[in-house]
Design a protein around this ligand. Structure first.
Ligand code: UT7
Length: 327
C-alpha cells in the first residue's frame, strides 16, 4: 500500500492569542509558553466538518491522479461530525460525488487520523478496494466553550486527506507497521458530557454548558507524554529501528511541551521532529496531515523517508504508524 497523495485545508479566518485575550482572562505569553500556540483557524458560522473535508479530499484525489469515482472507501476521522447521523463520510461522499464508495466515520478523537489510516490500509491490503480516501477533519470551534480559558486557547479547525492506494510492487509498500491502544479508564479526563445517550440535550445540559469540551489538562498531559514515547519505542524496537534512524517524527500537535518531552525521552534528535502547532493549534483529527503537509512544503519530508506518526487522544486512544513516505 502507498500513500498516493496528501492535501490539507484550513478555513481562512484566523483567531489569534490577542483575540482570545479579549474573550477570557489569558495572555499571549501564557498561551505561547504553556502550549506553543500563536494562532489557530476557525470556521465562519454555518461551515461544517464535511465542508472542510471536501476541500482537502477533492484536492487529494486530484493529486493522486484519480477521479472521485475511483475511490472505493471513505474513512472520516472526526469528533465533530456535521450531525450524529448520518455519518460525515456519507455527506462527504455526496459532496465530492464518489459514486462507487462506501464508508464510515471513525471516532478516536486526536488519534482519529492514525486509526483511520491503519483501518483504510488494512482494507486496501485485504483487497477490499484499490483506492481509499482517509480524512481527518474537525470543527473544534463548534464544541469549544469560549468562556473556558483552560480549553478555548488550545483548539482550531482544519482538515487533511490522503489517498491510500494498492501498489503493484513490494518496493512501494509504504505503510510498514502500526500499533494502537485504547484505555477507557481515562474517559473522564477529556470528554463532552452531553448530547449522547448518557445525557441527551435538554435545557439543563445547555444551561450547564455541557455540550462543550471538558478537560483535566494535567492528567491528559502526563498520559500523552508517557504514551507517545511508549508506543513509538515499541513500534521502533519491533522493527529493529532506533530513534536516530527515523527521518521524521510526526506527533499529534496538542502542546509543544508534550512533543518536546516525549521525543527527548525517546531520543529523537529535535531536528527530526516537526512542530507546527503555533499556526493551527490542536485541530484534533487534522494535526498529523497538517504537519506532514508543512514538512513536505519546507523540504523536510521527501520520498523514501522513514516516518513515524504518533498520537494520543481522548478515550484514551493511542496510535503510531511507521511508514516510508511515498510521494
Ligand atoms: O489532543 C489531546 C488533548 N489535549 C492535550 O493533550 C492537552 C494536554 N494538556 C495541556 O496541554 C496542558 O495541561 C494545558 C495547556 C491544558 C494546561 O497547561 P498546564 O501547564 O498543565 O497548566 P495548569 O492546568 O496546571 O494551570 C496552571 C495555571 C492555573 O492557575 P493556578 O491554579 O496555578 O492559579 C490555571 O488556572 O494556569 C492557569 N491557566 C491559564 N492562565 C492563563 C489555565 N489556562 C490558562 C490560560 N491563560 N488560558
Amino acid at each position: 500500500m502507498t500513500i498516493a497523495s496528501l492535501s490539507t485545508y484550513v478555513p481562512p479566518r484566523v483567531l489569534t492569542n490577542a483575540d482570545l485575550e479579549k474573550l477570557v482572562d489569558t495572555s499571549n505569553e501564557w498561551i505561547l509558553q504553556r502550549t506553543g500556540i500563536h494562532e489557530r483557524h476557525i470556521v465562519d458560522p454555518g461551515v461544517t466538518t464535511s465542508d472542510l473535508a471536501k476541500e482537502a479530499a477533492t484536492e487529494a484525489i486530484s493529486r493522486a491522479g484519480l477521479t472521485p469515482d475511483d475511490i472505493g472507501l471513505i474513512v472520516v476521522g472526526t469528533v465533530t461530525p456535521d450531525m450524529l447521523f448520518p455519518s460525515t463520510a456519507c455527506l462527504l461522499q455526496n459532496k465530492i460525488g464518489a459514486s462507487r464508495a462506501w464508508g464510515f466515520d471513525l471516532s478516536a478523537a486526536c488519534s482519529a487520523f492514525t486509526y483511520s489510516l491503519t483501518t483504510a490500509t488494512q482494507i486496501v491490503a485485504a483487497g477490499g478496494t484499490d483506492h481509499a480516501l482517509v480524512v481527518g477533519a474537525d470543527v473544534m470551534s463548534s464544541i469549544i466553550d469560549y468562556r473556558d480559558r483552560t480549553t478555548c486557547v488550545l483548539f482550531g479547525d482544519g482538515a487533511g486527506a490522503v489517498v491510500v492506494s494498492a501498489a503493484d510492487s513490494q518496493s512501494a509498500n509504504v505503510i510498514l507497521d502500526f500499533e494502537h491502544e485504547i484505555d477507557g479508564s481515562g474517559s473522564h479526563a477529556l470528554f463532552m458530557p452531553a448530547g449522547g445517550s448518557a445525557r441527551p440535550a435538554s435545557h439543563e445540559t445547555v444551561d450547564q454548558r455541557m455540550h462543550y469540551v471538558k478537560q483535566d489538562g494535567g492528567t491528559v498531559f502526563k498520559f500523552a507524554v508517557r504514551k507517545t514515547e511508549e508506543v513509538a519505542r515499541r513500534l521502533l524496537e519491533r522493527n529493529g529501528l532506533t530513534p536516530e534512524s527515523l527521518d521524521l517524527f510526526v506527533s499529534h500537535q496538542a502542546n509543544r511541551r508534550i512533543i518536546m518531552s516525549a521525543t527527548e525521552k525517546l531520543g529523537v534528535p529535535q531536528e527530526k521532529v516537526i512542530i507546527n502547532i503555533e499556526r493551527f493549534g490542536n485541530t484534533t483529527a487534522a494535526t498529523i496531515p497538517l504537519a506532514l503537509n508543512d514538512a513536505m512544503l519546507s523540504g523536510r519530508l521527501k520520498k523514501g523517508n522513514l516516518v513515524l506518526l504518533a498520537s494520543v487522544g481522548a478515550g484514551f486512544t493511542v496510535g503510531a504508524v511507521l511508514l516510508r513516505w511515498g510521494i
